[in-house]
Design a protein around this ligand. Structure first.
Ligand code: NAP
Length: 287
């Protein structure tokens, strides 16, 4: 092994781990069907024609098909009113054949996202955005955790990376990634710091991280000079730069310092998708 090769970080291969998770789900569902039970069902609602959302929904449906989860795709026009959307959600809440409900965000401007999130039955809220599920995550009693942070923990577990006692720094405090990530790391006994756009001297915090999770949507925000030698780096960011998908971390300089690092693409993204399937199976099992 060359000196360079010895210093290279291990790639946290979310693509490979997600395939393993999906294979386990497929086996579980095959066993259910063998027992004469119905497979789980995920309803995915898309309002409007946002091209990125269309791709996300198509991928979710494909993941369901791969594992044997029934998907129910509901495509509503851009002009759909809030009350019409709420009545669709109420119908799915009451439908015993539907286990999970996901409303693809963002919604058109005339629909208040908060109202929509709160309309989904918490037991079917596979994104775990409903206030009941958010509260359960904070108290540690939750069934579901949001897909991205939960997928990151699964990935760390797969590589035998423990959180307990480690300095964990989360850059970003969104409700879907940063905040729940910090809480889940705390539950694993990490010592957690949350940074955001108003944080002073960001690198003073990031340099202290044994485990650094970056979710800002700012390409190249973190470089190798800002991270500790041997850190575990989880890059959640997905940014298009000159047509190329890149993360929030400058990969070459961060990789040179890290012990483990997620690639973009192929790191966190596939794990997020896999956890949606896990949450759908959980919603089914809990009914
Ligand atoms: P978001 O809602 O826009 O939140 C971004 C966070 O980053 C905010 O808390 C913001 O701070 C913080 N931030 C922005 N600039 C910063 C800076 N210069 N220094 C420190 N913190 C800064 O984004 P999000 O939904 O969490 O997503 C973040 C990224 O992850 C995006 O690229 C998104 O596409 C990606 N993502 C990927 C997946 C996946 O599965 N791979 C899933 C979800 C999201 P303030 O709160 O102070 O504004």
């Amino acid at each position: 092994m060359t000196e360079r090769a010895e210093r290279m970080a291990v790639l946290l291969d979310g693509k490979a781990v997600s395939e393993k998770v999906k294979a386990e789900i497929k086996t579980t569902i095959e066993a259910l069907i063998k027992d004469g039970k119905r497979p789980p069902c995920l309803a995915v609602i898309l309002v409007g024609e946002d091209p990125a959302s269309q791709i996300y929904v198509r991928n979710k449906v494909r993941d369901c098909e791969e594992t044997g989860i029934i998907s129910k795709k509901l495509i509503l026009s851009e002009s759909t009113g809030e009350s019409e959307l709420l009545s669709v959600i109420n119908g799915l809440n009451a439908d015993d054949a539907v286990d999970g409900i996901l409303v693809q965000m963002p919604l058109p401007k005339h629909i208040y996202e908060r109202t929509v999130v709160e309309a989904i039955a918490p037991s079917k809220d596979v994104d775990a955005f409903h206030p009941v599920n958010v509260g359960n995550i904070f108290t540690g009693f939750g069934t579901f955790a949001p897909c991205t942070p939960s997928g990151i923990l699964k990935l760390l577990d797969e590589y035998g990376i423990s959180v307990s006692g480690k300095n964990c720094v989360v850059v970003g405090r969104s409700n879907i990634v940063g905040k729940p990530m910090a809480i889940l790391l705390l539950q694993r006994n990490g010592t957690v710091t949350i940074c955001h756009s108003k944080t002073k001297s960001l690198s003073e915090h990031t340099k202290n991280a044994d485990i650094l999770v970056v979710a800002t949507g700012k390409a190249g925000l973190i470089n190798g000079g800002m991270v500790k030698e041997g850190a575990v780096i989880v890059d959640v960011g997905m940014n298009r730069v000159s047509g190329k998908l890149v993360g929030d971390c400058d990969f070459p300089s961060c990789e040179a310092k890290a012990s483990y690092i997620t690639p973009v693409p192929g790191g966190v993204g596939p794990m997020t998708r896999a956890v949606l399937l896990c949450n759908t199976l959980k919603a089914y099992t809990n009914r």
